[in-house]
Design a protein around this ligand. Structure first.
Ligand code: NAP
Length: 265
């Protein structure tokens, strides 16, 4: 039986715990540690074991999920290092390398992952990397845990997580921005704010759902709805002419570069 302990009971921990419970994981096998009692109250009401003592929670578990803000990871890891032997550690902290975490914990079994905000509604996309000491059974355990908040994708090279950060980690904000500017464009055409919101959100949802459900590529789907000389063609011509492809390539490249810089601090 796998027993889990979450270090930090904030947004990400609560999202993963919620998904695990929905998937039938037993609340009695989950511990959550956080310095703030009020943060633990909701989890306690769900039957989760709660404590303000990180060492106590770690000692009870086989798998520890580090879900504190990145600047807290080092002191937390050094604090729990004395009881870390033989356990698997999964970190969701952005920018903290598996090498740093392993050395602070004095334990080599580390899975580093990069989830994204839609995890909070179980529609997340998580990129994962396992250090060489992680067994295939431990990797499967990590996969089951992160699958509770959406889809997972493993990478052989830890450096790939910088590109993952630039694409799916920061990606929700790119789509939020597109939704935002499309709503403004709709309002500029005389539609109300409420109507613009509904039209744009349902269109974004429908387009994403269609792209997921079909084997057609996004390019093929676009071509299918673009009649020569039609309305869509008129709009796409402007997007192409103004360089949307280059804008996105440069934006994602800038995010990757920033992720690399933050990991090296
Ligand atoms: N949220 C996302 O969508 C997202 C996406 C990708 C990656 N991440 C990563 O996930 C991690 C957690 O993010 P989050 O959004 O869940 O943050 P959060 O809501 O702030 O949760 C962190 C929790 O840890 C607690 N904490 C602080 N110091 C602690 C300590 N020494 N021991 C135990 N717990 C402690 C915090 O308490 P206080 O509030 O009192 O400080 C807070 O309740 C971050 O490293 C972030 O990079 C998050």
């Amino acid at each position: 039986m796998t027993r889990l302990a979450f270090m930090g009971a904030g947004n990400m921990a609560q999202a993963i715990i919620g998904g695990l419970l929905e998937n039938g994981f037993d609340a009695a096998d989950i511990w959550a540690a956080d310095p703030v009692e009020s943060q633990l109250a909701k989890l306690k009401s769900l039957g989760i074991n709660t404590t303000t003592d990180n060492l106590d929670a770690t000692a009870h578990a086989d798998v520890i999920i580090i879900s504190v803000k990145p600047d807290i990871v080092e002191p937390l890891a050094r604090e729990i290092a004395p009881v870390a032997a033989g356990k698997l550690f999964i970190s969701v902290a952005a920018g903290i390398t598996s090498g740093s975490l392993s050395s602070w914990l004095e334990n080599p079994s580390v899975v580093r992952c990069m989830p994204n905000t839609p995890s909070l509604v179980r529609k997340g996309m998580t990129g994962l990397f396992a250090s060489s000491s992680v067994s295939s059974e431990q990797q499967q355990t990590a996969n089951t845990i992160l699958s509770a908040i959406g889809e997972t994708l493993w990478f052989d090279e830890e450096s790939s997580l910088d590109a993952v950060t630039a694409v799916s980690g920061s990606g929700p904000a790119y789509f939020f921005y597109i939704i935002e500017v499309m709503q403004l464009a709709a309002q500029a055409q005389g539609l109300s704010q409420k109507d613009s919101r509904q039209l744009v959100l349902q269109t974004a949802l429908g387009a994403a759902e269609m792209a997921v459900q079909t084997s057609d590529s996004a390019g093929e789907l676009r071509q299918k709805v673009t009649s020569p000389g039609g309305t869509t063609a008129a709009a796409l011509a402007i997007l192409k002419e103004r360089g949307l492809e280059t804008i996105f390539a440069d934006a994602v490249s800038a995010a990757r570069k920033r992720s690399e810089e933050l990991s090296n601090i």
